[in-house]
Design a binder for this molecule. Structure first.
Ligand code: ZN
Length: 184
């Protein structure tokens, strides 16, 4: 259902200028066909990373690699164990430089290697600068306060300072009373 909803959203937005920012790490949002800007620039950025890349825990440059099919099987195995209260660390191979065990390239890595998303993040920032004095709708869907510096706080700042910007928060987890009070 969520996937269907996202496909619909992409369709609704087709003729608009937009950018999708996601802190989700399950890669589902990345698979939605968000349209590409002129010159094929991405309109999607996931600054928290996901499970499609791995990295060295110490951030060696050689460690950034794409997750293989064999890795994926290992990850699924570990995930299954977690569901039954077991625990196993997936073996994602070793860093070619320092030999440490590779980890997933996302915010939960000891030293998160941010190179994986910096290019699209810069594109997002450029796009954002061009929204000044344009009518703008900011939609925060289910983000809450997980990573407030990525979505929540910047969105609130934009809504505050840009007169033509409106912010809508759709959040199942948040307490609606607290939310109403914050509006008063
Ligand atoms: Zn290393």
């Amino acid at each position: 259902e969520i996937e269907k909803g996202l496909q619909k959203l992409a369709k609704v937005l087709e003729k608009k200028s937009y950018f999708v920012v996601s802190s989700s790490m399950n890669h589902k949002l990345a698979e939605v066909p968000w349209k590409k800007m002129l010159l094929k620039k991405e309109r999607f950025v996931a600054p928290c990373g996901d499970w499609t890349k791995k990295q060295c825990p110490d951030g060696c440059e050689e460690g950034i690699q794409t997750v293989t099919e064999a890795d994926e099987e290992q990850l699924q195995e570990s995930f299954k164990k977690l569901q039954t209260n077991g625990f196993s660390v997936p073996d994602l191979g070793k860093c070619p430089k320092c030999g440490k065990k590779l980890v997933l390239n996302n915010v939960y890595a000891g030293r998160y290697d941010e190179k994986g998303y910096l290019k699209t993040w810069t594109e997002y920032q450029n796009w954002l600068q061009n929204t000044l004095n344009h009518k703008m709708v900011l939609l925060e869907i289910g983000e809450g306060n997980r990573f407030p510096t990525i979505i929540r706080s910047p969105f609130e700042r934009i809504a505050l300072f840009q007169q033509k910007a409106d912010l809508y928060c759709i959040d199942g987890e948040q307490n609606p009373i607290a939310w109403l009070l914050s509006l008063c």
